[in-house]
Design a protein around this ligand. Sequence first.
Ligand code: GAR
Length: 203
Amino acid sequence: MSDTGGAHKRVAILISGSGSNMVTLVKSMTGDHPARPCLVLSNVPDAGGLRKARDLGVPTAVVDHRNFKGDRAGFEAALNTVLESAQPDIICLAGFMRILSETFTAKWSGRCLNIHPSLLPKYKGLHTHQRAIDAGDAEGGCSVHEVTAELDGGPILGQAHVPIQPGDSADTLAARVLVQEHLLYPAVLHRFASGDITPVRLP
Ligand code: GAR
């Protein structure tokens, strides 16, 4: 499903885990979609998403962060070497669980997106669903945003809202939010790859 032609925007997707968002992104890039996947890159050698990417015909690569203990610059230089050889126009972080430095985010500024499981600017960082439940919020959700040096802080390109139900646990809420992530991220990527940064709002 990858593409080497010049007509489409090239999309590299960075993952650390199961890659369910990556799969929905890859599957969305067909037909008259303005982009095609060029690479799935993981920092975790046995990330489940790598096999899914290979099954979808997308080239894969691994840069194991454990080989760069205490050397974030070295890790990011290795990421950049792999990314530069794939020549992406757009990078999608999809469950990529490493914090990226200002050097990296500046290099890819305006070309790098991330999906985060909260209604930003609420609940940057981890444990987003539990924090929303503990706060008594009426809704949770997810956001796609441009990646900047501020963690989970760049301009918001789309959000999906998910009501919190009585008795919800972090897991039950996460499962319903993930369904919306799979709708939101492809919708934002399609719009972004078309040159339109008007925020998407779901549902
Ligand atoms: C998704 O819920 C994504 O929003 C979250 O990790 C999960 C990855 O699932 N990302 C973050 O928490 C980033 N801070 P996936 O591997 O099945 O797409």
